[in-house]
Design a protein around this ligand. Structure first.
Ligand SMILES: Cc1cc2nc3c(=O)[nH]c(=O)nc-3n(C[C@H](O)[C@H](O)[C@H](O)COP(=O)(O)OP(=O)(O)OC[C@H]3O[C@@H](n4cnc5c(N)ncnc54)[C@H](O)[C@@H]3O)c2cc1C
Length: 716
């Protein structure tokens, strides 16, 4: 911080300290104002401008210094000046004072906060740029957040000071009038009768209900604006409480919750019940990974004391097993099960006609139109196929088409170094394909810490995958040796031959073809929603991959609850989707599992942290299982046992993580994990040992020195 800023900060701090040191707060109490009300009134009658000037100056100073007392002064304005003049004075003084506080916060604090929380602030700035004025107006109109907090917080954003001033002036007017009005009544209290006077009671009621009424007005205003062009099409009665589009994890949970709370709900699915996870994603990939792991274990049978073993298999039978596993799980997500749970399931393609109407082209060829009070978009995502010259001609597979393979590809190119690319590259290599994995970025699994990427790369290479990072795919083609892809790295081109090319470069939300465009629902990479999962139409919500920001089955299911509850009961109470503790895993071998921050994210956010690491090579069970590799890495708040994030690499890492997910969700620190008995010998003990490692690093060294002296003394 520059000297000038430090000087200003010190001066302000001095003024605030002086306020408390001299107990100036006693002049900002209702008792004081009431006791001197007669004098103030006389002075005001005698020298009105002086009183207005001094009062305004005090009010502005209190607001600018963020000292408690603005509310009392607003009430006092009513008591001294009456409703109209009081409102005028308090309104201007509050807005000027608030703007000064805003400027002070911007000048003194913004740079420091920017340096520390830069990335988080960038998102907030983006939001403020887009609809900051409306947001501030809402905050001012609905005085649920304290006045001084808004002033200081807004100063940290990029909002213009002029915008802040005028929005505050207009937004606070109604609230100020309510408080000033209460002040005029309070001034006349001199007996029990006074307290119970209808005027005073009315003012108190207004004070209480004003925030709720104002909130409702804002919502209605917002809703009106967006629904205006559809007003003539709004049905008078609705066929359903809710229609859900898409029966993947998000849509299934949404419709299930809706049915549980006795809503009339229709779930529309155009393809397969269970969506991507069951049919093309988690289930088939994890089934394939398991078979590949077994083949790999047999290959390394000598690690387990078995002299010789050989896996004989036909790839087609492994693919048959995948089909069987899907068939075994299918009943969980089936039409029959959901119908039994009270959901009306329709197989067909749904399209939004207006904010309350969905048209369904049913699988049997018929058409159906349903109206609903709320609609949940849970249409999922699909593989992204890069626009590579020659790709369409040579042909490619994605996670949608991979599962139809009957022959093991001899030479496989996997495009993409993310979780799906890594999982599938390893599985195919273990089954015997010659796999080349291509990633444009300098390392695979870029969201994880560098050491994790390095460890996984090592594991993939040991299984025979040629991992080419920093390689950009340029084009595909065919020559006498068959198909090839041309890659570029540091200016040089390489040509890799292949039989099958698998695109695993990411998944994009399904955003086209079902009415989002016609309704003007804003989309970016996903459907844009607010924290309640509402689109610009508060009755149309989105959940799962189509809404982001995560693309996991369990997050889609988690959002499904919010979409159902907010969609059905949002008029009365809404819940913000909570993403505070989101776990995930990449099912390579060794598995990589994470919850919360890793080192690179914590550093990017300027979040201070301590790292504690436990090496799974030390763990008895891991040694017994010939799985003595990997680590548990825990990030904690410096000097405290509060967990900021955990990364586990190792056998069953995704299962081990559950203990930390629970701890973070419920605010349990490492001391609590250390104090919990873990069964011996299990992999889960790694969690306790990591907590033990933390404890060792935080021993009360000085105290222990004294304890050692005590023992020495006892020994005599
Ligand atoms: C290979 C692979 C492996 C994966 N592994 C994991 C993993 O291990 N763990 C994990 O958590 N996640 C994993 N995922 C991600 C996971 O599959 C998705 O996050 C999850 O399926 C998203 O669920 P959803 O309900 O949002 O969408 P989806 O499951 O895609 O469901 C959307 C459904 O909507 C239907 N639909 C779309 N438009 C319409 C319309 N207009 N009318 C009617 N129906 C419509 C679609 O047919 C689809 O069935 C994996 C994904 C892939 C591809």
């Amino acid at each position: 911080m520059s000297k000038k800023k430090l000087l200003i900060a010190a001066l302000l701090a001095l003024l605030v300290v002086a306020y408390f040191a001299f107990d100036l707060g006693r002049f900002l109490s209702l008792d004081y104002i009431k006791s001197r009300q007669g004098e103030f009134a006389a002075l005001y009658a005698d020298r009105p401008l002086l009183v207005i000037g001094v009062f305004s100056a005090i009010y502005i100073a209190v607001a600018a210094l963020s000292i408690p007392g603005a509310t009392i002064l607003t009430l006092a304005a009513g008591a001294i000046f009456g409703l109209w003049t009081g409102t005028l004075i308090a309104s201007f003084a509050a807005s000027i004072g608030a703007t000064l506080a805003f400027l002070v916060s911007r000048y003194v604090l913004r740079d420091a906060v920017q340096a520390r929380f830069g990335t988080r602030l960038a998102d907030i700035d983006k939001g403020v740029e887009k609809e900051g004025a409306f947001y501030l107006f809402t905050l001012r109109l609905v005085p649920l957040v304290p006045f001084f907090v808004i002033n200081l917080a807004m100063g940290l954003t990029k909002m213009k000071a002029a915008t802040f001033y005028w929005v505050s002036q207009i937004g606070m007017l109604a609230g100020t009038a309510v408080y000033v009005n209460a002040g005029t009544q309070l001034a006349s209290i001199d007996s029990l009768k006074g307290i119970l006077s209808p005027g005073l009671l009315g003012s108190f009621v207004l004070l209480g209900v004003f925030p709720l009424v104002a909130k409702k007005i804002v919502e209605v205003f917002r809703g009106r604006k967006v629904f205006a062009r559809w007003a003539s099409q709004k049905p008078r009665r609705f066929d359903r409480n809710m229609v859900v589009i898409g029966a993947g994890a998000a849509g299934l949970v949404t419709s299930y919750i809706a049915a549980v709370v006795k809503a009339k709900v229709t779930l529309v699915e155009s393809h397969k019940m269970g969506g991507d996870c069951l049919n093309y994603g988690c289930v088939p990939s994890k089934t394939l990974i398991r078979s590949a792991k077994l083949v790999n274990q047999i290959r390394h049978a000598s690690d387990y004391g078995i002299e010789r073993a050989e896996a004989q298999f036909q790839f087609g039978q492994i693919m048959d097993r995948i089909r069987r596993v899907i068939a075994d799980i299918e009943p969980h997500d089936s039409v029959e099960r959901y119908t039994g749970l009270g959901v009306d399931v329709v197989q067909g393609y749904a399209k939004l006609v207006n904010p309350w109407t969905v048209q369904i082209a049913r699988a049997d060829g018929s058409a159906q139109t349903l109206t609903a009070r709320s609609i949940v978009l849970a249409a999922g995502a699909m593989p992204f196929v890069p626009p590579l010259p020659g790709l369409e001609e040579v042909g490619y597979l994605t996670s949608d088409t991979l599962w139809g393979l009957r022959e093991l590809p001899r030479r496989l190119v996997v495009l993409g170094g993310g979780p799906i690319g890594c999982e599938l590259a390893q599985a195919f290599a273990r089954l015997g394909s010659r796999v080349t994995q291509v990633e444009m970025l300098p390392r695979i699994l870029v969201r994880e810490d560098e050491e994790v990427s390095a460890l996984v790369r090592d594991a993939l290479e040991q299984d025979g995958v040629a991992v080419l990072t920093g390689h950009k795919a340029l084009r595909c083609g065919t020559d006498t040796d068959g198909k090839f892809i041309v890659l570029e790295s540091t200016g040089a081109e390489t040509r890799i031959g292949f039989d099958v090319l698998l695109c695993a470069v990411g998944r994009i939300a399904r955003l086209a073809g079902y009415g989002l465009e016609e309704l003007g629902i804003p989309v970016g990479r996903t459907v844009e929603t607010n924290e309640y999962l509402e689109t610009i139409y508060p009755n149309i919500l989105a959940a799962g991959d189509v809404a982001g920001p995560y693309q996991f089955t369990h997050v889609g299911a988690h959002q499904g609850w919010y979409a159902a509850v907010n969609g059905l009961f949002g008029t009365f109470r809404k819940f913000k989707a909570d993403y505070s503790v989101i776990p995930w895993a990449t099912f390579v071998d060794p598995e990589v599992a994470r919850v919360g921050l890793n080192e690179q994210e914590a550093a990017a956010q300027n979040t201070p942290f301590e790292v504690t690491k436990y090496d799974i090579a030390e763990l008895d069970r891991a040694i017994a299982d010939s799985a003595a590799h990997g680590f548990v890495k825990v990030l904690t708040v410096p000097g405290k046992d509060r967990i900021l994030g955990v990364t586990i690499v190792g056998e069953h890492a995704a299962d081990l993580l559950a203990e930390y997910v629970l701890a973070m969700r419920h605010g349990l620190g490492l001391n609590k994990i250390l104090g919990t008995i873990h069964t011996y010998p299990t992999m889960a003990e790694a969690n306790k040992y990591a907590a033990g490692e933390w404890k060792r690093n935080h021993q009360p060294v000085k105290l222990l020195e004294w304890v050692a002296r005590f023992h020495a003394w006892r020994r005599g």
